[in-house]
Design a protein around this ligand. Structure first.
Ligand code: PLP
Length: 374
């Protein structure tokens, strides 16, 4: 079945007595003993979460999907499933929240890590130690849009007996299927494209097969309790129904915006894998269906000018996050804190589903503003 069809049909349950075509929300926290569906207590399992999880497992060609209250909670569960003394490899430009989680929190619990540039496969091989358990990759990366070769990384991890996790938030299954490329797990912040409307927080982890690590993470979901509400699961599944078509629009608009920025005299560099000059363009063409709705741009005039542009747009809202129908712009370095390696002149842009002509006009006027100190 094609992915557009899966996104709309998977996880549907029309088994109630009234013939509802769309699912009900079940806010109940507890269930009558001996019920046919096997529900017990909603932290452990519930109908809205089960529908969501089965839809996402199908979308990603995985076996298990495990839903959490946020992307960070999903990431957290993976690290909680490690043991003290285990070592992991993190991409050097992994989403800063995940880096902070590992560097500031899990390091205190004895989890060891090495930051590696994962576009350099030799550097990955060299960084592997006898007790390395996990490789954590993210492609395209946030916010530099570096592209990592998932199949090559999967080959390295399989040879070394290590699990490979790919953060697929920026692509979703519509653009990239890490499990098909050999990864063991894919993790998403469903707050972003999967939800698609900037009105829910969620996370999801999908596994290629049910292994010991999957079972540990499932246990952490139910026992740790960082679970999404029934309403958020319902809302997320509703968002996923239009995912394929939203992603198409995001990609088409981002390509237009990237080309416009590439030609703009006030722009230094555009980071978008769809541009032929992007260092990861060829790999992106192989492993992605299209190049996504996210891009970043370094402007001439440094950090002050970047700050000026971010406050001067009228359609692009100056706000963090991404993947919603509305366009967002963010001067990134100041929000990333002490571990940030992001250049000061960089703006991260989430291209929404407004008309691209309007978006381009807005960026054009913002780039023309004279720089000021905030
Ligand atoms: C937003 C984001 C996260 C964190 O997800 P939350 O839902 O905010 O907890 C992780 N990885 C990437 C790539 C993200 O964009």
């Amino acid at each position: 079945m094609k992915i557009e069809t899966i996104a709309i049909q998977a996880g549907r349950d029309m088994s109630d007595d009234i013939g509802a075509v769309m699912p009900a929300i079940h806010p109940t926290t507890t269930y009558l003993r001996g019920n046919n569906a096997g529900y017990f207590y909603s932290r452990i399992d519930n109908p809205n979460r089960r529908s969501l999880e089965s839809c996402l497992a199908e979308l990603e060609n995985g076996t298990d999907a495990i839903a959490f209250a946020s992307g960070m909670a999903a990431s957290n569960a993976v690290f909680q499933a490690m043991s003290s003394g285990d070592h992991l490899l993190l991409a050097d430009d992994t989403y800063f929240g995940v880096r902070e989680l590992v560097m500031d929190i899990f390091s205190r619990w004895g989890l060891e890590y090495t930051l590696v540039d994962m576009t350099d496969l030799d550097a990955v091989r060299t960084a592997i130690r006898p007790h390395t358990r996990l490789i954590w990759a993210e492609t395209p990366s946030n916010p530099m849009l570096k592209i990592t070769d998932i199949a090559a990384l999967a080959e390295i991890s399989r040879t070394a007996g290590i699990k490979l996790v790919v953060d697929g938030t920026w692509t979703t299954a519509i653009l990239q299927k890490p499990l098909d490329l050999g990864a063991d797990f894919v993790v998403h912040s469903s707050t972003k494209y999967l939800g698609g409307h900037s009105d829910l927080t969620g996370g999801i982890l999908i596994s290629l097969e049910t292994c010991e690590l999957t079972e540990k993470i499932r246990k952490i979901q139910g026992t740790g309790g960082a679970v999404p509400s029934a309403f958020d699961c319902w809302l997320l599944l509703r968002g996923i129904r239009t995912l394929a078509y939203r992603i198409r629009g995001h990609c088409a608009n981002a390509a237009r915006v990237a080309e416009f920025l590439y030609e703009h005299p006030q722009v230094q560099t555009v980071h978008y894998p769809g541009l032929p000059g992007h260092p990861g363009h060829d790999i992106a063409r192989q492993q992605m269906q299209d190049f996504g709705g996210m891009l970043s741009v370094q402007v001439k005039g440094g950090s002050d000018q970047a700050a000026t542009v971010a406050v001067s747009t009228k359609l692009f809202t100056e706000a963090t996050s991404l993947g919603g129908v509305e366009s967002l712009i963010e001067h990134r370095a100041p929000v990333e804190g002490p571990h940030s390696t992001t250049p000061g002149d960089l703006l991260r842009i989430s291209v929404g589903l407004e008309h691209p002509d309007d978006l381009i006009e807005d960026l054009d006027q913002a780039l023309a503003q004279p720089s000021f100190n905030r």
